[in-house]
Design a protein around this ligand. Structure first.
Ligand SMILES: [Zn+2]
Ligand SMILES: [Zn+2]
Length: 240
């Protein structure tokens, strides 16, 4: 089993009232994690492309990919890196039933958005929806819980404007291609017309999911789309 899978399986057994990273009991003032573990989480260091959020040397310019093909979103911000305590916290929220982590993680995400020059332009919060088959197991995606938390903090309504498509009419395609399509296919409701949504997800790796979702919103008439994620995960397929 992969390390991530083993960790996800281990946190399935998490008990409420315990810190999912160090297993110590939480006291009345702790929110999701114990204070010691929260103190180990730090905002993302290093430069990132302001448009798509991938790491680059110089954030004053767009990355090469954004220069060659401007992304559908106007800006992307990630609060931290997907490792250590933050990774445990996100996995506990996604797979461990620890919905109590949505508020403190959302608070951090909202703070990083509020620090951006474009924060005042956002008029609604839109979660990246989970796969249809995942909704059968857990009706509330982590991104939706985070979006509700960010919505309360920055006082914009959370609206479900996106639909994620499942495995339909893909007979004859390879399994890998079917999975790729199911992970990246979105459509947006007509209510997106003229809006400037903030897309929320828990983790970004290559940024493809955010781009596909932002594209769907732009196709539906969104004036501009902004993106915020709790953590950036390095792409293991990259060599640099
Ligand atoms: Zn702890
Ligand atoms: Zn970029």
């Amino acid at each position: 089993m992969q390390t991530g899978g083993a960790l996800a399986a281990a946190i399935e057994a998490l008990l409420p009232g315990m810190c999912p990273h160090c297993d110590h009991p939480l006291d009345g003032t702790d929110r999701g994690l114990c204070g010691s573990c929260w103190s180990l989480t730090v905002p993302r260091a290093g430069s990132a492309c302001r448009h798509c959020g991938v790491p680059i040397q110089d954030s004053s310019e767009p990355c090469l990919a954004c220069l060659q093909a401007p992304p559908p979103q106007s800006a992307t911000v990630a609060w931290g890196e997907h490792d250590g305590v933050l990774r445990t916290a996100i996995l506990a929220l996604k797979h461990g039933g620890r919905d109590d982590l949505a508020a403190p993680l959302g608070d951090r995400l909202a703070a990083s958005v509020a620090a951006e020059s474009w924060a005042s332009l956002i008029d609604c919060i839109v979660p990246i929806p989970s796969h249809p088959w995942r909704r059968l197991k857990k009706p509330w995606a982590a991104s939706e819980l985070l979006a509700e938390s960010v919505s309360r903090r920055i006082e914009r309504p959370a609206i479900r404007l996106l639909r994620r498509h499942g495995l339909v009419r893909q007979t004859g395609r390879s399994r890998a291609r079917r999975l790729e399509l199911s992970q990246t296919s979105f459509s947006a409701r007509s209510e997106a017309d003229g809006r400037s949504p903030l897309l929320i997800d828990d983790v970004m790796t290559t940024g493809t999911t955010l781009k596909r979702a932002a594209q769907a919103l732009r196709h539906a008439g969104a004036s501009a789309v902004y993106c915020a994620v709790c953590a950036h995960a390095p792409d293991s397929r990259r060599f640099s």
